[in-house]
Design a protein around this ligand. Sequence first.
Ligand SMILES: C[S@@+](CC[C@H](N)C(=O)[O-])C[C@H]1O[C@@H](n2cnc3c(N)ncnc32)[C@H](O)[C@@H]1O
Length: 335
Amino acid sequence: MAPLWDSRPSPGKGNGMMALEDIEPGNLILEDKEALRIYAPSTHIAAADVRAAFDRLSAEDRARFLLLSDGQKTSDDYDNARLLRIFETNNFEDQYGCWIYLLICRCNHSCQPNAVVLISEQGEQLYAETFIPKGSEIYISYKGAIFRSLTARRRQAMMRSHKGFTCSCPACSMPNPGLMVSDMRRTLIGGLWYALQGLEVPDLSLLDDPIAVIPNDYDPIATARHRQVRLSEAERTAYYYVLARLEQAEGSSPYWTAAYLREAATYLLYQIADPPHVVLPRSAQYVRDWMKEASMLTDSVRPPHSQEVKSMHQQCNNIEAALAKLADESQAGLD
Ligand SMILES: C[S@@+](CC[C@H](N)C(=O)[O-])C[C@H]1O[C@@H](n2cnc3c(N)ncnc32)[C@H](O)[C@@H]1O
């Protein structure tokens, strides 16, 4: 298959991954695998560790490693300090340590990404999550889900502290009033998300301090206090539904809209299922419509064999069966 991308200059971001063809949502862009892993947190990794891991790579992979950005691109030559800079500019991190991909690492970050890295038994695969027109840039998000609920200023503060660059992605460089609307939407997304987790919105003021250094393990969720009042099922239905539509309006992955619609449908079903089991046809139709939309959206951005697609189809069937059973019980009650 001819490559769907090439590495080309991306204004203000070094090089980036540019689409050579129109790429449809759900299409595979490239396959990659971890090339180099160091089992330590990024803050504990020294130049000698990177050098040792680099020396274990094949000659071909060493050459590909040296193609990655070092954040300042001083020369084609390399010493231990440059190897460390490349590692720091490109590494992914989890609780087990840090690693590098030789292809995926050539992708820039966006706070409104159009692609996602999915991990399967075959390795790591980059998939389009929205339509990517020929000639435009392919972006992933370098940050986890809760990052999406921050305003542009707060996201930039976090990126500067954690990744050493000021994010100039399309979502962050949008002019007003678009940026203001996006900030408001994301703040609402955060408020609804925390409430649904049974949490108060945490104090995020650290992210408003322009000179604050935000620790690498900064986790706003861990500092959030528990809410005193539990949300009712009606509130949960409404919150998930609004969350789905806010994510959609914000241009997030359809995967999130699908996940929240499925929750909204499930909580609406719980309400229908409450005694006295009178199934209101309109509510039942909403449950079906939301599940159908959630299923179509998941199908559009995840491979057919993926766990997400299988589980969404299974849930559609379960919900359809539950509705049919409730309708029978409701009819029996009326007879
Ligand atoms: C993993 S590399 C991505 C590929 C890199 N741009 C290249 O030329 O190979 C990460 C670096 O790209 C740049 N970068 C990525 N996303 C960016 C963004 N949204 N805004 C500004 N710079 C970005 C930063 O210099 C960052 O340190």
